[in-house]
Design a protein around this ligand. Structure first.
Ligand code: PMP
Length: 423
């Protein structure tokens, strides 16, 4: 399969797979917290499709809803009742969601939210933070650490009205700030504040380490945005529905102007959304800002999302404590195993997603700290874990699901102890 893939797929479908030191994982099927490869080998899965399978793979209510919807019709590209009811659910459970628009994948919804922020404010610049990832659509925005001096093309085509102007990179409109550093952001906003349409961030950083915002930081950024007229955009593509039913904004108690959702929203199907203040979202209602897409609010994805959110909303008092508990148990087990093996392993969380770093540092507060950890050793650890039937995101990220059990965690810690000794 690897040879055949190399002949017909450019780089393979998964960039993570290419980084595996011991070959490519070809999945045959996935069920609950487990993946099975084409040779029948079982993996305890902490990748969960890069986060979406919060209820585990092939969760019954999601599978049933998908099957039923496929029989009712797959692609309407028209308004339907389930879309309205899903939007009503989001407005009910996400603190800052007054109105909603749906897309297919996270990158698209990020694009929609930023276009909307530019349309609403009439400004063009966007601040992003070092190490934060917001999808792959914009050539500079997609990088976790874009070059600050990206040069724009000499001739710029005229943008279609309502589309938010040029791509961020070609307009030279992307400003980069270190995260968790209020002084640096304040200085940047003093220099560019009147031109800044949006400040976008992962409210809990998950793409280069799992890092909580410093005490009071989100509140202060929110304040700064309000003072300068920029919109605060939370990219909750990972944190949404995972950290809490209402996402990081509910968990941390800070409500952004706009937020972006994807991944876990539809239990593994492709659905994304951006949502926020009604007065901002209504730029779309009035036609001032364009938003379109053949597969937006796809009936099958919407059915999967409705089933997922129904379970999460009904069982929230059981589900979230359980996922946090399992994550904490796993983190403690990994710390203990690393101590015994003599490997300097830092483990951070909150429980629904935890991060392992090979480092002597006592703390990792931002991308710069993350970049100083031993990334080569982390990559070797990833391969050693794969050999032992544990699948994690190669940079040391572990997603928990409601399908994981304490037995899975015990088995994982034993495998990790062996992998850490080998490391
Ligand atoms: N934002 C964040 C925070 C993400 O982690 C990702 C994907 N890893 C995206 C946006 C892009 O989402 P997608 O891959 O569905 O386009």
């Amino acid at each position: 399969l690897r040879e055949r893939a190399a002949r017909v797929l450019a780089g393979g479908v998964s960039s993570d797979a290419r980084r595996l030191p011991n070959g490519t994982l070809f999945v045959d099927r996935a069920e609950g917290a487990h993946l099975y490869d084409v040779d029948g080998k079982r993996y305890i899965d902490y990748v969960l499709g890069q986060g979406p399978a919060l209820l585990g793979h092939a969760a019954g209510p999601v599978a049933d809803a998908v099957a039923a919807q496929v029989r009712r019709g797959v692609s309407y590209s028209a308004q339907h009742r389930d879309e309205v009811e899903l939007a009503e659910t989001l407005v009910r459970v996400v603190p800052g969601a007054e109105k909603v628009r749906f897309n297919s994948v996270g990158s698209e919804a990020v694009h929609g939210a930023l276009r909307l922020a530019r349309g609403h404010t009439g400004r063009s610049k966007v601040v992003k933070f070092e190490g934060h990832y917001h999808g792959w659509l914009d050539p500079v925005l997609y990088s976790v650490h874009p070059p600050v001096d990206a040069a724009g093309p000499a001739r710029q085509p005229r943008p279609v009205p309502g589309t938010g102007g040029q791509q961020l990179s070609s307009a030279g409109d992307l400003l980069l700030a270190p995260w968790n550093d209020l002084d640096a952001l304040t200085e940047l906003m003093e220099r560019h504040g009147d031109d800044v349409a949006a400040v976008i961030m992962e409210p809990v950083l998950c793409n280069t380490g799992v890092i909580m915002p410093a005490e009071g930081y989100l509140e202060a950024v929110h304040d700064l945005c309000r003072r300068t007229g920029a919109l605060l955009v939370f990219d909750e593509v990972i944190t949404g529905f995972r950290l809490s039913l209402g996402g990081a904004q509910e968990y941390l108690g800070v409500t952004p102007d706009l937020a972006v959702f994807g991944k876990a929203i539809a239990g593994g199907m492709q659905l994304s959304a951006f949502a926020g203040r009604a007065d901002v979202m209504d730029r779309i209602s009035s036609g001032q800002v364009a938003h379109a897409g053949t597969f937006n609010s796809h009936p099958v994805a919407v059915a999967a999302a409705r089933a997922t959110l129904e379970v999460l909303e009904r069982d929230r008092d059981v589900i979230y404590p359980r996922v946090f508990h399992l994550g904490a148990l796993l983190a403690e087990g990994l710390r203990e195993a690393a101590r015994e093996a003599g490997v300097p392993l830092l483990v951070t969380g909150p429980g629904p997603m935890i991060q392992t770093y090979v480092t002597d540092a006592g703390d990792v507060r931002d991308y710069r700290d993350f970049a100083r950890t031993d990334l080569a050793a982390a990559a070797r650890l990833h391969g050693l874990l794969m050999d032992r039937g544990v699948n994690i995101v190669p940079r040391g990220l572990w997603f928990l699901s409601t399908a994981h059990t304490e037995e899975d965690v015990t088995e994982t810690v034993a495998a990790a102890a062996d992998a850490l000794r080998a490391l």
